[in-house]
Design a protein around this ligand. Sequence first.
Ligand SMILES: [Cu+2]
Length: 301
Amino acid sequence: MTSDEVDKFQSYLHQAKGTVSDNMIPTPLYSDMDNGRNPKFNEINVYDEFVWMHYFAARQNLEKGRKTQHKDIPSVVQADFAHAGPAFLTWHRAYMLFWERALQKISGDEDFLISYWDWAGEPDCTVCNDNYVGESDKNGHTLTGSFSNWRLLCHDFEELTKEGELCSNDRDASTLPFVERSPGGGCQCFSDSENGTGLFIDGFSQLHNLVHDYMNGTIGSVPTASSDPLFFLHHSNVDRIFDKWLRRHRVSRDEFPGKSTPTGHSRYSYMVPFFPVYTNDEFFQRSEHFGYTYDDIDSQG
Ligand SMILES: [Cu+2]
């Protein structure tokens, strides 16, 4: 990134954090709104709206054994619409495009594009400095630089899920923890088991997971990950690799699996919770279809 691009990246993120979104988020679950008769929603800033969407897609949306008032709906599956299945790639692509569009809109800069951090062969988090996304403070794991006072939503998502409650932004912001990161510290990068992050699935998206886990902090746990701005530089690179793969193997959208997938991950599933709605296969196409490309990519990948 040129210094001008870095300045824009930082300043647009701050604008997003300081701009109220046109959308609202629910504070309790639908069932706690008298099944819709007593709607409860909160305003949210544009940045946190995206944090919340990532959390919401990954929470256990349909809990096992959860009672439903509709006897004809026996849904008792746990669903992560965005991870641990083929929709991982398409969901995150849609998410990044929605996010990029949102930043273009609030900044008025229609030419703004998200940059990627190509971590292949990197010795450490080379973008973890004040020019980009801050480094970890010497006194702890919190960040230096312009994101040092950023706080995260949904840090207590586990307790909330156990209680059958939804994470929302209805708490006093000053009580929320700061975004943390400590690259390389406490890394269990070569663990292949479920370790509470929900990121590990044998043989699947391992490189992507290792980067999350290596950062040792907010970005290492799915429901909070995108509170760290590094998330977007990382996922832009994941999208770049996805695009190279689509080109190199001449993959067509018809090849997106239609059966035997986890809930939300089949070809014609709508990606939750985006609106307007899109199916997975619509985003299983080369990036040029969506009007963008990468600087080191050609028709062969
Ligand atoms: Cu994710």
